[in-house]
Structures are given as C-alpha cells and as structure tokens.
Write a protein that binds this ligand. Structure first.
Ligand code: TRH
Length: 385
C-alpha cells in the first residue's frame, strides 16, 4: 500500500446497486481498491448483490452481512433503508450511478458536523456535454448537503477513467507464454494466428463473424470467457454448451472457453489477445489501457440512448485515423452493435494502423488523469474541516 503520511486518513462510503451483470460492482470495486491502496482512504462498500461481487472477488462470502476483503469493509446492502447497523457517516460519500441512498443515511449526513462531501458518480460517456456537467453541484431538495456530479469521460474537462498506478508496469511484466499454458492449456499461438478475446452480450452478429473466421484464409484463435455469448458459440459448433475448459474447431477457427477470473486478472486476457471485444463500461476501459485494437459492445439502452455514446467514443478513438480506416472501424463497431453485418476482412485489413492508434490513444487518455486521483482531488477540495 502507498501511504501518504501528510494526508489524514479519510473515510469513504461507496453505495453500489447492481443493476445487472458485473459493470456496476466492477467499477465500484476497482475504485474502492484504488482509494484504499493509492490514496490511503478507509473505504466501506455497500453492495446489494454479493453474488456478482463474489465472481469478481472470490474472497467475498455472499452469505455475510459484513466482512472485509482486500482492506475494504464490505456491507451487504440488504434493503433500501439499510445502511449498516451504525450510522457512522464517512467524510466522503459516493453514490454510484445514481443509486438511491437510504433515507436514514441521508438524514444522518445532514446532522453530521462537518457535513460530508457527497458525490454522484455517473456512468462513463465520451459525449461532449459531460465536461459541462462534471463537478457541477447537485443541490438536495430538502437538506443543505454538498452534493456534486462526477462524470467519467474520455475527453478534457471530465473525470477520466480508472487506471491503477501499477497497471502499465504489470502489463510490461506479463508472461504471455505462462498465461497460455495455464489459462488456455495450449502453447502461445504464433504470429500467423490472430488471437481474439470475445466478451460480449448476446449478439446477432456473432454467427456471421464466426463463419467469416471459420472460412477465412488466416487462422483465428478465439478466447471466450464463459457468459452471455457462450450459448451462441455452442450453437455454432453444434455443442450442448461451451463452458470453461472446452475447445472447438471449425475450418480456420479455433475457440477456447475460459472460466471467469477474479477482477485483477481480467486484464491478462486483454494482454494475451491481438484484438479485444469488450462490453459495458469497465472492460471497455481496460481494453483501452491494453493498447490493443478493440471493439465495443455497448450496453443497450431504451430508445437507442446508447447510440450517441457509441459514436462519441468512436470520435475520440478514431480521431487520428485516416478517413478509410475511420470508416472501416465505424462500420464494424456499428455492425457489432446491431446496425449492419460485420465485415472482418474490411476491418482487420487495417490492423497495423489500428495497433498504432490503440497505443497512442491510451497515452492521450492517460493525460486526463486517472479517475480515482481526480475524484480524490475534487473531494478533498470540498472537505470542510
Ligand atoms: O458486465 P457488464 O456488461 O456490466 C455493465 C452492467 O450491465 C451495468 O448495468 C451497465 O450499466 C454497465 O455495464 C455499463 O460489463 P463491464 O462494465 O465490462 O463489467 C464486467 C466486469 O467483469 C469488469 O470489471 C471485468 C470483470 N471480469 C472479471 O473480473 N473476470 C472475467 O473473467 C471477466 C470476463 C470479466
């Protein structure tokens, strides 16, 4: 742990309601660890779904009301009103993704002297308007509480995205040969094979893509973490299921199903592949730090609210590509998100340009600063002592 002798240890409560999948708790868990490890904060995490949490951190026991893992106090947030048996209010309170804090907790926040800093941590979006709302006050209708928005983003003037201080060093130390033997049970593929990692929701475009890989001239190795897309792989290969440890082959395509790993190890999959298909929020961010080409399956929202977010991310990521490359990436991402049929040869024909862009984009993104550090600066500037 990095200690900060000059700074007092601040207490922070993070509230996380799991809507579905792993992204809500994925972001909160990563942030909690960073606040603890890199900033020396004392963190308590309230989570309503410990089963999803257990998948990311097997140390978490889904049956316990209260426990500690990796230096973080974890409370099973059982009902809307529950906020721990004691109402000790932290210095900084983070409401993740506009989940509603317990009323008793809010009332206790209002009674606390000095008042806590209350932060509404929003979902990530690369859209331009985000910078205008980032860190803006969000007054409470009833209580005189200091609440403000905190917007992750991909551009200047936003909160940025999470990036641990040791991430690049861990990536540089990654032992690919050992990883392939341990995780996929085979020797690392040679340069002639393209390695694809496939983490996605159910996706009607996947059959066409698998068929293109199967029928293509160049060998493709696909790594598929067990999950929502596994059923499509099973159907494609005519198998009853496609679960961890299974391998399937057809034409030029070879696929390996992988088990779900604890969150700190997820990056290794991205480092092992040549191109990463990712989804939601947290894996989308990790793919950017992996400095490899990637394709985003965005979380679909009602009324296609996700489409401008997809295009905003494309605008950032493809900014420095030439028009042909940019169009190919845009077509492929759109097809993977329901608009059209993906054309692998058209897209992967730009492999070298995409690889170069991926490395530069990660450097550009890093210039905004890491979200945890930005959030600490924002919170500490508002703390009343
Ligand atoms: O799981 P996601 O789709 O999560 C979400 C939620 O659906 C949420 O409601 C939505 O609002 C949000 O996306 C945008 O995708 P995401 O965000 O990539 O989270 C997956 C997490 O799972 C991420 O932290 C990486 C982790 N993971 C592992 O820890 N081990 C694994 O083996 C795999 C495959 C993933």
């Amino acid at each position: 742990m990095t200690t900060h002798p000059a700074a007092p240890e601040l207490a922070c409560d993070i509230f996380c309601a799991v809507v579905d999948n792993f992204g809500d708790i994925g972001v909160c868990w990563r942030l909690a660890r960073q606040l603890r490890d890199e900033h020396g904060w004392r963190v308590r995490l309230f989570v309503d779904d410990l089963k999803a949490f257990h998948a990311l951190c097997p140390e978490v026991d889904a049956t316990l009301a209260r426990q500690e893992a990796m230096g973080i106090a974890i409370e099973h947030w059982r009902e809307p009103t529950h906020a721990g048996d004691t109402l000790a209010i932290a210095d900084v309170v983070i409401e993740a993704f506009a989940c509603e804090l317990p009323h008793a907790y809010i009332a206790a926040m209002a009674r606390r002297d000095p008042k806590p800093v209350w932060i509404n941590l929003e979902y990530l979006s690369g859209e331009d308007w985000v910078a205008d709302f980032h860190m803006r006050p969000s007054p409470h209708p009833r209580y005189p509480l200091d609440k403000s928005f905190f917007f992750p983003g991909l551009g200047k003037g936003t909160g940025g995205v999470l990036k641990e201080r040791d991430l690049d060093a861990r990536r540089a130390r990654f032992d690919a040969a050992a990883w392939w033997r341990e995780r996929a049970g085979i020797e690392r593929p040679g340069a002639a094979q393209t390695v694809v990692s496939l983490f996605a929701y159910e996706n009607p475009a996947v059959d066409s893509l698998l068929a293109q890989w199967r029928d293509g001239d160049a060998p493709v190795v696909v790594l598929v973490p067990e999950g929502r897309i596994s059923g499509a792989l099973a159907r494609f290969f005519g198998l009853p299921k496609f679960s961890a440890g299974m391998t399937a082959r057809a034409g030029a395509l070879e696929a390996h199903a992988l088990g779900f790993v604890e969150q700190p190890r997820f990056d290794e999959l991205l480092w092992a592949a040549d191109i990463n298909f990712v989804r939601g929020e947290d894996s989308f961010v990790r793919a950017q730090w992996a400095k490899k080409p990637f394709v985003w399956h965005i979380y679909p929202q009602a009324d296609d609210a996700h489409v401008p977010k997809l295009d905003a991310a494309l605008a950032h990521y493809t900014r420095a590509l030439d028009a042909t490359e940019r169009d190919a990436v845009t077509r492929f991402w759109h097809a993977w998100n329901g608009a059209g049929v993906p054309d692998w040869a058209d897209f992967w024909g730009h492999r070298r340009a995409l690889e170069a862009r991926a490395a530069r984009w990660a450097d550009e993104l890093a210039r905004i600063g890491d979200l945890a550090g930005n959030l600490v600066a924002h919170a500490t500037s508002r703390i009343v002592r």
